[in-house]
Design a protein around this ligand. Structure first.
Ligand code: 5GP
Ligand code: ZN
Length: 142
């Protein structure tokens, strides 16, 4: 059974909204865009979904194929990953594997990007893979 509890905050700080199940705890951040997408409050073009992950088309694609793969639980960035997340992180790679094969990227190659921190270009502080493909990729990245 899932239950949602909301902790209130008097300050302007972020509010955690854990969605608990007996086997897995999904935490949502109240002002996080991707948590809102997970909650269904903001629409997305869904590509894949499991109990713990969501993949959807990037709203501003930078390649012919540009899919975002995110954990449903709120993890801000790579530095927010803990040992408790090992299973969901492994699942993110499995989902990339599936989508890449489904889109034919296993033959032509693809790039998997995680921008960590604003200096690196992170704009949404909910961990996500950018799965990019369908065109040649330059190196080094800009
Ligand atoms: P970042 O810059 O944090 O690495 O990546 C965030 C990505 O989220 C960007 O590629 C951006 O285009 C995408 N994005 C931002 N807002 C939305 C949205 O509302 N819907 C979808 N599908 N993608 C979004
Ligand atoms: Zn979030």
């Amino acid at each position: 059974m899932l239950c949602l509890w909301v902790s209130t905050s008097q300050s302007n700080s972020k509010t955690m909204l854990p969605l608990k199940s007996t086997s897995y705890t999904i935490k949502a951040m109240s002002d996080c865009l991707f948590c809102e997408i997970v909650a269904g409050n903001i629409p997305c073009k869904k590509v894949e979904e499991t109990d713990t992950l969501l993949a959807f088309e990037d709203i501003n694609p930078v390649a012919p194929i540009h899919v975002l793969v995110i954990p449903k639980t709120h993890i801000a960035d790579v530095l927010g990953i803990t040992d408790n997340h090992s299973s969901v992180i492994a699942d993110m790679y499995s989902m990339v594997n599936k989508i890449a094969k489904d889109r034919g990227l296993d033959k032509m190659g693809f790039r998997l990007v995680v921008n960590n921190g604003s200096e690196a270009g992170q704009t949404v502080f909910h961990l996500h893979f950018h799965l990019l493909g369908g065109r040649p990729m330059a190196w080094p990245p800009g």
